[in-house]
Design a binder for this molecule. Structure first.
Ligand code: 6GU
Length: 291
């Protein structure tokens, strides 16, 4: 997978080199290019924004700068031919990780019946609070892309004609990472890139660890515990040390249901629930305790 980011704050994208993504870069599963939008500015002051048509506060990013930038990044031409290529921050290629299981085959996610738009156009993601809400389903869908370009807007956004025109060369998605307002799209790119890249086959060693993630089955994950068995007089739930795997699985399922009901009850409407799941939920009182 290749990621390109166009931004007026290239240094903001430095965290892409760290941890999981840095490792993916080292393993050649990921290439990352970061491009300073001002390279495409044409005036003496390298301006990238202007006052909004129709009046109002703030500034709008100029189509005459963004248009050529996105043309060059999709074609790998002009200033985009020589991006500040991010190197991995750490040499951790040879360090085996504890959560990596041997013999787990790298495989892409099934297409979930979604039309797989493999028309060769790269995906252009435009982070904006006015976008469609980014979810784990998007992360799974985007993890199958060969090339993703992120266009980071600042100020009051990017002239809409840039997004309309980009459809000729890109599949375009305007996405929001939540119902709050950030100053610009850079942090949203970090969020989206991490959610997507960890699903690229081979990046996360342990396939099971994302098949069991919160949201993969529409429920929140329940609590986890490790040694010692008693810590500050708090014992680990007894069932977890029982060695009875069926009982452990049932307990985990119920904790997941309990937590989802308490924190995200709307998720239960979409989740696939068994008769046993429904019976368990009906047996909970208002505090989430068994009646
Ligand atoms: Cl994706 N961008 C910006 N600028 N603000 C946001 C956002 C994105 N998602 C929530 N707030």
């Amino acid at each position: 997978m290749r990621l390109d980011v166009v931004t007026i704050f290239p240094e903001y994208l430095d965290p892409l080199r760290h941890a999981l993504l840095g490792k993916a870069i080292e393993q050649d599963l990921l290439q990352v290019g970061v491009h300073d939008l001002r390279q495409w500015a044409t005036d003496r002051h390298k301006s990238v924004d202007d006052s909004p048509f129709g009046g109002g506060p703030g500034m709008v990013m100029k189509p005459t700068v963004w248009g050529p930038a996105l043309d060059d990044v999709s074609a790998g031409t002009g200033p985009a031919a020589t991006p500040a290529r991010l190197e991995s921050s750490l040499p951790h290629l040879n360090r085996a990780r504890h959560d990596e299981l041997e013999g787990i085959e790298a495989r892409p996610y099934a297409a979930d019946g979604a039309p797989d738009d493999k028309d060769g156009r790269p995906l252009l993601i435009v982070p904006t609070p006015a976008g469609e809400p980014f979810t784990q389903a998007h992360a799974r869908e985007f993890s199958r892309e060969e090339h993703i370009v992120f266009a980071c807007g600042r100020y009051e956004g990017i002239d809409q004609r840039v997004i309309d025109d980009a459809q000729r060369r890109y599949q375009v998605r305007e996405v929001s990472i939540g119902d709050y307002v950030l100053i610009g799209g850079e942090v949203a790119v970090l969020v989206i890139a991490e959610a997507v890249v960890r699903l690229v086959p081979g990046v996360l060693g342990n396939q099971r660890s994302h098949e069991e993630d919160s949201f993969s089955d529409g429920l929140l994950e329940g609590p986890s515990y490790t040694k010692p068995r008693v810590w500050r007089e708090l014992p680990v739930p007894e069932v977890l040390a029982s060695g009875d795997h069926a009982k452990v699985d049932r307990w985990r399922r119920e904790e997941s249901l309990r937590r989802t009901r308490a924190r995200r009850p709307e998720l239960l409407e979409q989740a696939e629930l068994s008769d046993a799941d429904r019976a368990f939920l009906e047996g909970l009182d208002a505090e989430g305790e068994a009646r």
